[in-house]
Design a protein around this ligand. Structure first.
Ligand SMILES: CC(C)(COP(=O)(O)OP(=O)(O)OC[C@H]1O[C@@H](n2cnc3c(N)ncnc32)[C@H](O)[C@@H]1OP(=O)(O)O)[C@@H](O)C(=O)NCCC(=O)NCCS
Length: 174
């Protein structure tokens, strides 16, 4: 299994995560967005010629007014560049085997490299209600305080992980 950028020749048609919107995006739009419009890049976890998971990333910016008070400190009052992770999914056949975590770690490493190359303050995700706990596990925090049960929240929850936290977590012994 390797994680690499999607290629035009990759067969995307058999992928099924169980989330209809994510699957439709991967089948129909991931290729044209990347190869024709340059809107983002989809990284695939691929075993032989089978795609087992994907993570789509794209540049994004955030306004510091959206961040919690404590995260605003020392940040300037203009849009802050971050790496967006709008989509992450694992094929049903490979779920609960650590692949989602591997794809996420790949994206965090990519953000750390982008931070050195062009600037990037962190990674931002729009977590669906069922995935909020998944991202929390890796240190992502919501832009707004969580109120009540996540199941009660119909909209995705914007969450972020600053580069400093990504680097601290990557330090040996952490
Ligand atoms: C959510 C998803 C990406 C997780 O990928 P996965 O490969 O099944 O997860 P992993 O096996 O890497 O799990 C890593 C850890 O996260 C936990 N986890 C996985 N899915 C979780 C979820 N939905 N909520 C909370 N925790 C979750 C696992 O229990 C595991 O914990 P552990 O290390 O303590 O054992 C995958 O299940 C999926 O594609 N689901 C459908 C689409 C979706 O909801 N995508 C999120 C888009 S916002």
């Amino acid at each position: 299994m390797e994680i690499r950028a999607l290629r035009p020749s990759d067969d995307r048609s058999a992928f099924q995560s169980g989330d209809e919107a994510l699957d439709r995006f991967f089948h129909r739009y991931a290729g044209q967005n990347q190869f024709r419009h340059y809107l983002g890049v989809t990284y695939v976890a691929i075993d032989g010629d089978r795609v087992l998971g994907f993570a789509t990333v794209a540049p994004r910016h955030i306004d510091i007014e959206d961040l919690p008070e404590r995260a605003r400190k020392k940040l300037p009052h203009y849009p802050i560049p971050v790496l967006g992770l709008p989509r992450l999914a694992v094929d049903k056949s490979a779920q609960s085997m650590g692949l989602g975590a591997q794809l996420l770690r790949f994206v965090l490493k990519l953000a750390s490299k982008i931070a050195d190359d062009v600037g990037c303050a962190g990674v931002v995700v729009d977590a669906k209600p069922g995935a909020i706990d998944f991202y929390s596990k890796y240190g992502f925090t919501p832009f707004e305080p969580l109120e009540g049960q996540s199941e009660a929240r119909p909209r995705p929850m914007t969450m972020w992980l600053p580069i400093q936290a990504i680097r601290t977590a990557a330090e040996p012994g952490h």
